[in-house]
Design a protein around this ligand. Structure first.
Ligand code: PAF
Length: 280
């Protein structure tokens, strides 16, 4: 397993693999890898001859009051995870490698980024789309792997790949959860013991929303109310949003139909966590 810091080194490695006729998968990450990332890497290793994992805390997707400085980093641990999952190369650039002076070109999207996190985190998806486009151009993968936990990110990446004709297959991987139901996230490390217990309300309230649909409820508002009521019972939780949207265009739906994404964002103390489910 190789770890490289420059674009030229990644390109040289990929060129050599391509010369041997090998296929390449890319798993874009911000590091501090957990079981969720591991599942993406393992999927890529199963699908491709070689797997590149990018580890880059992308400054341009953080707002001025967000946790860029505090975001957890541990490249030694990341190396162990990538190696254990069978990855071949980590690309771990400095911000100056990705954003040289006078960097002024961005990939921006509309529609899929209007609601949910896009409405609350100004510039976030512009930062994500820009860095992911750069990674696609740097690595040139056959396939790239994204977690369903960041469902709006996934829909947005799919959209710009289609709109801008990137020649890469986007592969969605299921949410990985702790044994008690909490969705794995690097930000879970911010939670105190009490907050960690309180955070279970995210998966629990989604379970209640899903149960309502299973009982035959099809009104999006009624399902949103079930989830919001459940979240509001937890004193340490502050709801940022509960929404039901179309999985592809991330626009609100009135009825829960096939391909409806039910998504929530909740502050537990100062930590903002997201979770979701897709109805069928
Ligand atoms: O999901 C993430 O970790 C990031 O948004 C990504 C896709 C690696 C871009 O920085």
């Amino acid at each position: 397993m190789q770890i490289v810091k420059t674009i030229e080194e990644v390109r040289a490695a990929v060129r050599a693999w391509r010369a041997d006729g090998l296929s390449v998968g890319l798993v874009p990450t911000m590091g501090f890898l957990h079981e969720g990332h591991r599942s993406l890497i393992e999927r890529s290793v199963a699908d491709n001859d070689r797997t590149v994992v990018s580890v880059f805390v992308n400054p341009i997707q953080f707002g001025p009051s967000e946790d860029l400085e505090a975001y957890p980093r541990d490249i030694e641990r990341d190396k162990t995870v990538v190696e254990g999952a069978g990855g071949d190369l980590i690309f771990n650039p400095e911000p100056s490698e990705m954003y040289p002076p006078h960097f002024t070109t961005f990939v921006d999207t509309t529609e899929t980024t209007e609601l949910l996190c896009g409405a609350r985190r100004a510039g976030h998806f512009r930062g994500v789309c820009t860095v992911v486009s750069k990674l696609f151009n740097i690595v040139g993968p056959d396939r790239a792997y994204f977690g369903q936990k960041d469902a709006q990110q996934l829909a947005t990446v799919r959209r710009f790949v289609r709109d801008l004709n990137f020649d890469v297959e986007i592969v969605a991987c299921p949410i990985v959860r702790e044994a008690d139901g909490l969705a794995k996230s690097s930000r879970n490390t911010y939670l105190s013991t009490d907050e960690r217990k309180a955070a279970l309300i995210l998966s629990e309230s989604l379970r209640q929303g899903k149960a309502a649909i299973e009982r035959g409820e099809r009104s999006a508002q009624a399902v949103i109310d079930v989830i919001a009521d459940s979240l509001n019972k937890e004193p340490l939780a502050r709801v940022d949003y509960v929404e039901a949207v179309d999985l592809d265009n991330v626009q609100r739906v009135e009825r829960i139909e096939e391909n409806t994404l039910v998504a929530i964002a909740v502050y537990i103390g100062k930590t903002r966590l997201i979770d979701n489910f897709i109805w069928k």
